[in-house]
Write a protein that binds this ligand. Sequence first.
Ligand code: SER
Length: 851
Amino acid sequence: MNNNIFTAKEIRQSFLDFFQSKGHRVVPSAPVVPHGDPTLLFTNAGMNQFKDVFLGTGERDYKRAVDTQKCIRVSGKHNDLEEVGVDTYHHTFFEMLGNWSFGDYYKEEAILWAWELLTEVWKLPKERLYATVFRTDDEAFNIWKKYLPENQIQRFNEKDNFWEMGETGPCGPCSEIHFDKTPDLSGAKLVNMGSPDVIEIWNLVFIQYNRNLNGELEPLKAKHVDTGMGFERIVSVIQNKQSNYETDVFMPLINHISELSGKKYTNELNNSDSIAMRVIADHIRTLSFAIADGALPGNEGRSYVLRRILRRASRYSRNLGFKEPMIYKLLPTLISTLGDVFPEIVHEQNTISRVIKAEEENFLATLERGLAKFDDILNNIKSQNLNIISGEDAFLLYDTFGFPLDLTQLIAREKGFDVDSAGFNENMANQRERSRQARKITNEEVISLDSNFITEFTGYNEFVTKTKILFVEKNKVILDKTPFYAESGGQVSDTGILEINGTIYNVVDIQKVGNARIHICNTEISAQVGDVAIAKVDIARRNKIMRNHSATHLLHEALKRVLGNHIKQAGSLVTSTYLRFDFNHFEKIPADKLSEIEHIVNLKIFEAIDVKVQEMTLEQARNNQSIKMFFGDKYGDIVRSVTMDEDFSIELCGGTHIKNTSEIGFFKILSESAIAAGVRRIEAITSIELENYISDLNNKIEQNIKEKENLKSQIKQLEKNLNSIKLQEIASDTENIIAQSMQINGINIITKEIANSDLDALRSIGDEIRNRTSKNTIALLASVNNDKVQLCCVVTDDLKAQYPAGKLVGKAARFLNGGGGGKPHLATAGGKDIEKLPLLLNIFPDLIFEK
Ligand code: SER
């Protein structure tokens, strides 16, 4: 073998260099999260990004391409999940090295170059290479005969040698190259037998058909070449390893796991610790790349696949003894091996790490209890001499403890049990049915209208377009040109009217099917193909939508500036009344930060910046670091950038925008909330919508003022009520107090501490005593408030000249180290020595008569 090309990095580069030297354009990997292809959850092959070229609906400005493509295979037609970790050469995430011909070279060159690279550049031993061809492909067979003896060329049927992207899509016969790792070169019978000793390293697909929705093969206009080589496998071959995990692609991760767990990695296939390490080393890659490209773990579709992967890894980490999150800790190691090839994992490392950690925490919180429940279920089954977990139990584990079905199956399998997955699905379907009821069904009729029409969009520049009918049926019409925007990139569809033969039709929705835009009206249209139609967009509504769309771009950048570079759009909705922006962030945004974000947007509005729209090649866009592009969005070769201040916001966007930021008027955030772990949502309004907002605020303020006034008068009324209750209480208290008077020297003397009262209450009681007794009575009333004693002395009129209350209360107060005085019939005072109060009340008669 070639000793100069040995590390994973060198091997990858030599592949790209080799095909570049054969006239191939080196292109970047597409994101692993494909948007715009509903037939795919994840990018599962290098050819995905060229599907449109194969089908003839798209073009590139090159005829040959080469790349390394990030792939995930966990669901659908190509699903390797079960084998991962258990064997040594399947992965949920892997790199696929590929070279393509778009209607250019075909079998002859594809095979020649594969041979040249493998045997001349990498110098793999020829006797260890096997080629396979589709059973009827004599052409490929004969080409191979130039390089290999016939006993190293084998024919296989559809299962192995007819490659298809999915249920539908480009496909064709293929020729695979397998490598024999057996020590004694005994691999001939092991080709395509699932043996780790003879593995497929390269697949050359000769794309010539499209599998359509009816399952039929339609020949394509041109013939293409699509090759894919498992990068991790070829590295293991060149580095002479039995397992992909022993290469420098995986060893750093395995070593890190081994270090964290204190367990040793061995190459034995059945060692459970080593299986766990392989699974975790594999899964951290899938999770990191999917999250970097904008996916997040969650409950639906693609998100749920990620959650399943994470929970699978998390459960294996527990097998290694971890009770705390650990998977996220491997990220720096992953970055050290792949960060230079795929810088997105470097840019997104904070997001990746926090999302994984949060998900691990989340799952670990119920994992113990879930495993305990699992044991209960198994014991119960065993006691009934059964060996299958019921659908109901599997659903319980899913619904209550978050065990994905495949995890339940995995654990069951480890313990020798089966799972009734049909029963599980039934339980699941019942639950789904309930939520489906609530969901709006989209216009399936329209979606299924398979259209080859092309509608030119004029709505970037005009609101009214004179156009022609290409197709009409019931309430649907396709025009050759239209100013109506069809929902895309979060911006809602336009509404408006069509004027056809003097009749006005209201357009309530627009849908894109292929390159056509279908206008859906609220009444049946009577017209013929070829008739002229005047299409008029509802301008006022469209203007509002454009303001909100441009404001969304400003908001996006303001979020980045205030919260950090990790902010990435996770979703957006732009309507005529408000805008909604979802983005990755991990905590609630404090009020002061929200104001700052709002302020930045408003400053940009007041700067009255011209909005610049430019077309450029995707390549140019990719080379400009400050342009926001969305991983996962499907871009053509020519893209459209929208700039609001070169130093502020540049985004690739197909939406419609205002001409100057000042048209936005004003920007106001209405709410900020969480919609999923690590995803926040801002809702905001602009321009004229502020009018309603402000008048609502005004109404609220007026309402508040009214309520406050109502409350005030209620309080007054309550105070009155309280006073009269107090007076009644005083009246009845007074009776008791008078009853306790003592007669000394012929005078009725009352001394009394009254709890929970104040000077006013003492006065009232004093007055009442004077009223009720009317003569021959002296009273000293006291209460303790705030560390002070308050005193009130009353004297009936017949005694007040001889025993003036002012004097008496003065004496009493001095006894408590205080002072005071007042009228002869009623006087008040205060004293400091609370503790002497009881004594004062005892000796008060003495003070009265003291000379
Ligand atoms: N599309 C083929 C594969 O995925 C070759 O690239 O194997």
